[in-house]
Ligand binder design. Structure first.
Ligand code: ZN
Length: 154
């Protein structure tokens, strides 16, 4: 299978059957995000422990397939990792979406890298980049204890 097709399949799969789409038990931080350009809405729930490790993460919301797939992939990638590592992963992810750079993060397995890279196709559609990053920005906001809704246009 060609890599682009593999990517498409991963995104379709996560868009149709998002993982961790629920309110996780015992969450202690949460935040909402809104992308008015597309109408995507997410609500991210986090269970952060004292060492700022993400013990659990989940989301609720509705929106386009890209936004849901990205939120789903995010929860799978971030769960069990330290917040600082998660932020590094996000930096690489944003860079990939903007510059089309290849993603290769040491702390991720090859499978996890491929799962993240499946979203790289949005680079060609600047409007879609906001769909793909909404859940990630909302996650950071939740972890940092922000109260306002994340708005991609503000
Ligand atoms: Zn969208």
């Amino acid at each position: 299978m060609d890599i682009k097709e593999l990517y498409k399949e991963i995104v379709l799969d996560h868009g149709k059957n998002p993982r961790n789409k629920k309110k996780c038990k015992d969450f202690n931080q949460d935040a909402k995000g809104h992308n008015p350009l597309c109408g995507d809405k997410v609500h991210v729930f986090l269970k952060l422990n004292q060492d700022k490790k993400v013990e659990d993460i989940s989301f609720e919301g509705e929106g386009c397939a890209i936004s849901m797939a990205s939120a789903s992939i995010m929860t799978e990638t971030i769960k069990g990792r330290d917040f600082n590592v998660a932020k590094k992963i996000l930096e690489h992810f944003l860079h990939m979406l903007k510059e089309g750079s290849k993603l290769s993060i040491n702390s991720l397995s090859e499978e996890e890298n491929i799962r993240m890279m499946s979203l790289s196709g949005v680079k060609r559609f600047p409007m879609r980049v906001k769909c793909a990053t909404l859940a990630w920005h909302t996650f950071v906001h939740a972890a940092e204890g922000g109260n306002e809704t994340v708005n991609t246009e503000k």
